[in-house]
Design a protein around this ligand. Structure first.
Ligand code: UD1
Ligand code: UDP
Length: 368
């Protein structure tokens, strides 16, 4: 069994790391191709270092651009890469343009696709990630999903039951691995533990809109604790383009930091009083670590974190956000201790299942 893994962004490296460590352990013959979608040191190289996985074997260095440009360039590179070598299976994680390009290129060359983190739906077709998820799930042969909601979504869309594999979420493996390793790091902040919020924002629907960026400055400025804001390169660029960076920087309640390596960030999250985010992965990580989350989106694919009271889905509604701020300050926002995302052994289970299904000829190229 020769596996090609295709990824290109920070959250994909994090999702993949437990699978890669296990493939190395089990001596699976795999090649890892980086599309080059993320390329800054802390968005790429540092994540591999922190999670103890090798840097990918090849990098297409596609870089940034519009959706069509980026996806097209990736597909051209991936197609040639596959044609020049022999693979049996292609594995793609998550929902980014790298996921889409990897799956489309593979299926057109008649290779079965394994989708890691299948079945998730925000039901918002204006999110580029939602389109990527739907398309990739439709053309995949093994759909590995981390939630019951994921299973239901796939069955409702007509995916054969036997093609779905429900198991834990590999991000649980990753955050437990990192928070354990990060215990020896000291907190490099001018604020004591549990006396700051941690924030990230990068969704196109929030940060590509100047009015929303202004609202974000106002909300962070009104938080009852300082807000440590790890600023994604897309977000930084937009604050600068819209002429709002000075206002952001001068807010006395906002403490800007550049994107952090995964261990540092796990440490910052563990010690935060609460999380403010529009990230997908962070909504889960906060739940796993028992940190209250306020999500500045109106939809989520991690519906169980909201249903179980660990995550407040506020969009940019000030009343919702300020109520959550007060509850966190008064110790009234309690995160349940039992999260539904698995036991931290997903990487091991997934690799065993892929090997088992491959040996039993159960990973079948889609046909009519
Ligand atoms: C992408 C994914 C998103 C994921 C996010 C994780 C898509 C459609 N979006 O969004 O699902 O949640 O990654 O972080 O695939 N940039 C840099 N340096 C980098 C990377 C990006 O400066 O290393 C800047 C560039 O100006 C670029 C912009 O960030 O144009 C956006 O990057 P891109 O990869 O296109 O999308 P993300 O917003 O990162
Ligand atoms: N993360 C990180 N450093 C940072 C900010 C986030 O390592 O400065 C990690 C975070 O812990 C989570 C992942 O990046 O595991 C989330 O990625 P992102 O928010 O970029 O993408 P999404 O999950 O929304 O697709």
């Amino acid at each position: 069994m020769k596996v090609l893994i295709i990824s290109g962004t920070r959250p994909q490296f994090i999702k993949l790391s437990p699978v890669i460590r296990e493939m190395i352990e089990k001596k699976v013959d795999f090649t890892h191709l980086h599309t080059g979608q993320h390329y800054d040191k802390n968005m790429s190289d540092k994540i591999f270092e922190d999670l103890d996985i090798p840097y990918p074997d090849f990098n297409l260095a596609v870089g940034s651009g519009s959706h069509a440009y980026q996806t097209g360039e990736m597909m051209k590179g991936i197609e040639t890469f596959i044609q020049e070598r022999a693979f049996d299976l292609v594995l793609v994680p998550g929902d980014t343009n790298s996921t889409l390009a990897g799956a489309l290129s593979a299926v057109k060359l008649h290779l079965p696709v394994i989708h890691l983190e299948a079945g998730l739906r925000s039901h918002d077709w204006k999110m580029p990630e939602e389109i990527n998820r739907i398309v990739v799930d439709r053309i995949s042969s093994l759909l590995i999903t981390p939630t019951d909601d994921g299973v239901e979504n796939l069955l409702a869309e007509g995916v054969p039951k036997d093609w779905i594999y429900r198991c834990g979420d590999t991000m649980v493996d990753s955050i437990l691995y990192a928070s354990n390793k990060a215990k020896r790091l000291s907190l490099k902040l001018p604020f004591p533990s549990k006396q700051y919020f941690l924030a990230t924002m990068h969704r196109a629907e929030n940060v590509d809109d100047s009015k929303k960026l202004k609202a974000i400055i106002e909300i962070f400025s009104n938080a009852p604790y300082p807000v440590v804001f790890s600023i994604h390169p897309r977000t930084l660029k937009n604050f600068q383009t819209f002429g709002l960076f000075k206002e952001l920087k001068e807010s006395s309640n906002i403490y800007l930091i550049e994107p952090q390596g995964y261990l540092n960030f796990a440490n910052l999250l563990t010690n935060a009083v609460g999380l403010i985010t529009d990230s997908g992965g962070l909504q889960k990580e906060a739940f796993i670590l028992g940190i209250p989350a306020i999500t500045l989106r109106t939809t989520t694919e991690w519906v169980e974190s909201v249903a179980q009271g660990a995550n407040r889905l506020c969009g940019l509604e000030k009343e919702c956000i300020y109520t959550a701020f007060s509850e966190i300050k008064d110790g009234k926002f309690e995160v349940p201790s039992n999260h539904p995302y698995g036991n931290g052994k997903a990487g091991r289970e997934i690799v065993s299942e892929i090997i088992r299904r491959w040996e039993n000829n159960e990973i079948i190229f889609p046909s009519e």
